[in-house]
Design a protein around this ligand. Structure first.
Ligand SMILES: [Ca+2]
Length: 317
């Protein structure tokens, strides 16, 4: 979770400094030992690097939680995955790049009527925002009470619904004024949120997608998401697009499209390298945030603390 990311980031930076010093002193043996050490960070997850397509449906993320790309970074060739069961695979083309508030720890992103609605996280920093596309400027903001860690959000009719991470409390706002209309409870953690026109669709970081009544906000169903029969965990920010739900997979640069009838993953989008070439002057975190402009068929993605937001076009592989 995000707090663990921060902790891991600091720990990793420290370890990297230690590693550099010790490597100079003791040589490759020590380096090997440390390398083995920090693939088991404090959150108990096992981190390793390999082709995303071979381990996206395990619990192992394929990229480190925090990274700072540089202009000199060498592009890594993307391996061509082999799939069965008619899963479509996509890479991407960047259509446009827009400014994004690099202090926004993006947890939810929606496009409507020419602007973005964005939810940000972290304790004492969580917010609900209206953001101008072209400039990235925040036009309107509501700051959540300090004890809440904001998560995904969606717009249903004239209301905004926003989740929180571990509080099991969600909020409903007036879309125009951001006036808080009510709060509600749900039984899991809150991660991503979207809707399919008649149900709210929610993720909690597992392989389960939950359905909530948009009227009562009660749980009315759930499905398990899988790819080739194996669960796809760490489903995070969501967006309903053309009859399917797109979910970015936490701590990866991958998005999956999900059939809500059966939980099957129908497509895999590899967004590796999105920040390549972007000047980065501060820490950035993982890809998070999908928004869709239905009227103009535009797809937007960004990430936590990213200084930019991208309009992308999917390219079949
Ligand atoms: Ca979204």
């Amino acid at each position: 979770m995000p707090r663990q990311i921060l902790h891991f980031s600091v720990q990793r930076q420290h370890l990297l400094s230690q590693q550099h010093l010790l490597t100079n002193i003791f040589g490759g043996f020590i380096k090997l030992c440390l390398a083995k050490f920090y693939i088991f960070p404090s959150n108990g997850n096992i981190y390793y690097h390999s082709n995303i397509y071979t381990n996206i449906y395990t619990n192992a993320p394929t990229s480190t939680p925090t990274h700072i790309p540089t202009a000199t970074q060498t592009p890594t060739p993307t391996q061509t995955p082999v799939f069965t069961n008619n899963i479509s695979v996509y890479t991407y083309t960047i259509i446009a790049t827009y400014p994004h508030d690099h202090d926004a720890f993006t947890q939810g992103l929606v496009f409507e009527d020419g602007i973005f609605y964005e939810g940000t996280g972290l304790y004492e920093q969580s917010s609900l925002r209206k953001v101008a596309i072209e400039t990235g400027q925040v036009q309107q903001i509501y700051e959540l009470p300090k004890q809440f860690f904001g998560e995904g959000l969606t717009i249903y009719e004239d209301k905004i619904i926003q989740l929180t991470w571990k509080s099991q409390i969600g909020f409903v706002y007036n879309k125009d004024t951001f006036a808080l209309l009510r709060q509600f409870r749900y039984p899991t953690e809150g991660w991503g949120l979207t809707h399919d026109g008649h149900r709210l669709v929610m993720s909690d970081g597992t392989a389960t997608i939950y359905f909530l009544s948009p009227d009562t906000l009660e749980l009315i169903g759930q499905i398990n998401v899988h790819i080739n029969g194996k669960p796809v965990t760490r489903l995070n920010e969501l967006e309903y697009i053309k009859g399917e739900v797109y979910a970015n997979i936490w701590q990866t640069e991958q998005i999956v499209s999900i059939n809500l009838e059966n939980g099957n993953v129908t497509g895999l989008i590899n967004l590796t390298g999105l920040l390549r070439g972007v000047e980065i002057n501060h820490p950035v975190d993982v890809l998070n945030g999908i928004a869709y402009d239905e009227e103009h068929d535009r797809l937007f993605v960004t990430g936590k603390w990213w200084p930019v937001l991208f309009e992308i076009e999917l390219v079949p592989r």
